[in-house]
Write a protein that binds this ligand. Sequence first.
Ligand SMILES: Nc1ncnc2c1ncn2[C@@H]1O[C@H](COP(=O)(O)OP(=O)(O)OP(=O)(O)O)[C@@H](O)[C@H]1O
Ligand SMILES: [Mg+2]
Length: 494
Amino acid sequence: MQSNAVLETKKISKTYSGIRVLHDIDFSLMPGEVHALVGENGAGKSTLIKIIAGVEAPDDGGELYFQGKRIPHMTAAKSIHLGISVIYQDVSLFPNLSIAENICKGLYHDAFVNWKKINGKAKEILDEMGVQMDVQQKLREISIGKRQLVAIARAITFESKVIVMDEPTAALSSSEVEMLYNIIRTLRGKGVAIVYISHKLDEIFTVADRITVLRDGERIETAPVSEFDQTKLINMMVGRELRFVPMHNHGDTGEVLFEVRGLTQEPAFRDISFACRRGEIVGLTGLVGAGRSELAQAIFGLTHPQSGEMLLQGAPLKVKDANDAIRKGVCYLPEDRRSQGLFQGHSMTRNITAVTLGKQLKRGLINAGLELKTAEKYIREISIRPNLPHINVESLSGGNQQKALIARWLNADPKLLIVDEPTSGVDVGAKLEIHKLLRSLAEQGVCVILISSDLSEVFALSDRILVMRQGRIVNEVAVGEATQEGILQKGLLG
Ligand SMILES: Nc1ncnc2c1ncn2[C@@H]1O[C@H](COP(=O)(O)OP(=O)(O)OP(=O)(O)O)[C@@H](O)[C@H]1O
Ligand SMILES: [Mg+2]
């Protein structure tokens, strides 16, 4: 045993309903190190974290040590008391409380709430982190990215010795990611140990000191970051070689299928005009807050723009609400899967077939056989794991939940499909599969609008790129003539 490890697991295993998702995991965490935990969707990363945090109990036989001391029965309360903070994939804070309350809740034991103290402390911590926020604002009013930063502020306030970040950057803008890197460096300097989970390999190589690779619940390797390069890391994660090829449209695109003219919805966006052709994938990029998601929501009928018009196949398109949009062939994969997409408490199958149940009707009844067949098709095509159609969707790993949602829209026969950060939280192999699916959908005549902050994704997939800034389209580039740097200079920054 490494004696100075702050945290150590020995032979930790976990079985869910007879399926072993972690096998004999030995994992150690040193003070002041950033230890990246990587692996495909469903590899067991979050499960290991939940065990460390005392949220899930491991199978008998494993051991957990904190600062050299065996903790026989870790509980959530114990782990918080020891100074272990976990920032989960789906942030679990209190939306109706202010930022300051979220940061300080449980810190003071005054008889009356001392707002001055709470607000002052929260501000002090955020200042230290280099983050500007109005601490009296309610948490529900700020972006998911900012909530992540609030969760980190909370961990710092409680002087955590171990901070676990489970895909912390999934919803962060690029400037917020830089902020996070700085915060991590400061924490590391203070001796805090950080577990960093991410599917974005460039982040791993930027922040990590050591990497542990999990595959199918087994630990494949633990080594200093200098012993890896991207290819080696990917091959270890997936256990096979992946080939990356750009997937642009090779043939001609068809007629204009969808058009937007002068669409305005103050203050989110104004005077938006563009057209997309059949078979085309149009990338829509820009900083978080540029108005991309708001535009998508307006097209999908979730909000109603003040002026402007939309046309589908040459005819005016008016959408009352989301159901109306789906009926007319306009589909939207939202960015925030937890609150906008998943039907919680339902099976993976029902989540996949939910909007197309009409197709599965047989004399007015749901045809369970057909429903199952549909789900199985997508489980196979985009490798949703585990291969259990009836599993509750909440038992799926984060990336596999995302895949189930994508399957839902692939199955809805869209004419126009808008995907908002479609591969957020999805592993490298599945990302490639999703790209292939979107491309094949385009080849079948669908028009795809791809919203993504991941420029390499936009470049790999789009035929044309629109750049949005502050609610306007400021640039349009054909992929052949664009470079990532060019896009950054022209549109995103400044
Ligand atoms: N409550 C549960 N019941 C049944 N199975 C579960 C439960 N929680 C997790 N699993 C299964 O355990 C496996 C590991 O899941 P886990 O969430 O740890 O993966 P992960 O590595 O974090 O993946 P991702 O990158 O997608 O977040 C998956 O197959 C998942 O479906
Ligand atoms: Mg996970």
